[in-house]
Ligand binder design. Sequence first.
Ligand code: PMP
Length: 457
Amino acid sequence: DGGMITELSRPLADLLNQERARFAAEHPRSAAMAKAAAAHWRGGAPMHWMNDWASPSPIFAAQGVGAQITDVDGKLYDDFCLGDTPSMFGHGDASVAAAVSDQIKRGAGFMLPTASAAIVGKLLAERFGLPLWQTATTASDANRAAIRWARAVTGRPVILVFDGCYHGMVDDAFVVLKDGPGGAEPVMKPGLLGQVHDLTATTWVVPFNDLAALEMALASDQVAAVLAEPVMTNCGMILPEPGFHEALRRLTRDAGTLLIIDETHTISTGPGGYTRAHGLEPDVFVLGKAIAGGVPAAVWGVTAELSARMDEAQLRIGPGQSGIGTTLSGNALAMAAMRAMLTEVMTDAAYARMLAGAERLVAGLKGVISARKLAWSVVHVGARVELVFADPPPRNAGQMRKVLDHEAVEALHLWLINRGVLIAPFHNMMLVSPVTEDAAIDRLVAAVDGFAAEMGN
Ligand code: PMP
């Protein structure tokens, strides 16, 4: 069980109040901008997630350089959130900036392919191993397209996901397991606004790392596709147990079910994502966020076999039709950015730096845990590191929900913000970029240690 909650020597509420007051005193300009913005942006920000940080009001960013952000109050932050992944190779990268500014002057939206498109397609195929690709503007859109195609080619209605997953604004993935009197039951995720269909009929959900439940669901022959992150990164972080991915692939193949691997976060593993590092064999590979260095873009790749089945399905519905696609997808700007990312930014050398930084962070956090005898643990996949308020770390989302203490998470995050460190909201996930300095990693570790000391551990 989580040591955090049981070992507190002073109420979290006191700490939160103290830290909120400190934030308010030190961020007068952000507060004023939030107040002014609230007249015309609902909630004071152009997208409501920007309000989801632990700070009492949004931090208004002034600029990002490398792995640091300055806010409008002149505060400097070591950024381990990196926009929740799009900037995981650093802010203001010179290669991306040059490619994007050059392209925007020559036109961005043609609804025609450019010379970069041909190059990017080849680079994607070489890097990730799937031969045929399409673009979308967000990872959410890419996942929705993959789901639609999976149902179209298999003629099956059901999508199977793992409890605790997040794949973006994808209604089909908003089904979770809830403890009921007769055991865990699938229900629509609380907070799914305005959904009038019962998604549990066509989305099934099983616990991560539970091969028996997976096998039982697949035996129905109703499942078009399993949609999965190779490592769960949206309910804390949960690693697959040894043999899980081999079994997932074998069982889906035997059942005629497609395997969609969403690498949007696990691209932190290495240059070819978790898929290449661990020899996964997805039918569909999805990647958003970082692929265009902050220009909104996503890609999804398919095997030659699936592509042929898609062609057949296309013949049945007629050419040019699908109900899939958005106007800005694959535009010249996104292509220019992806080309720069794939050739100059997401390099083996960059990954070597990120992975070394992550090792340093993991070692530092483990040092804090052992020195203070905390019942915490550290989970990581390449450059993505999670501090879990439980030891051992949970093996599925049901266990994670029991130990994820939202107040403690909020207190840690606000503590870090006030000490010049940003980590992604909601849980304790930290991304290390190739330009994150060792000194910044050490400052993060020291701030976590300070938090633990403050909590009396
Ligand atoms: N897939 C995964 C694994 C994600 O974590 C997210 C967003 N956190 C998405 C897809 C959706 O990305 P976007 O919000 O850019 O559509």
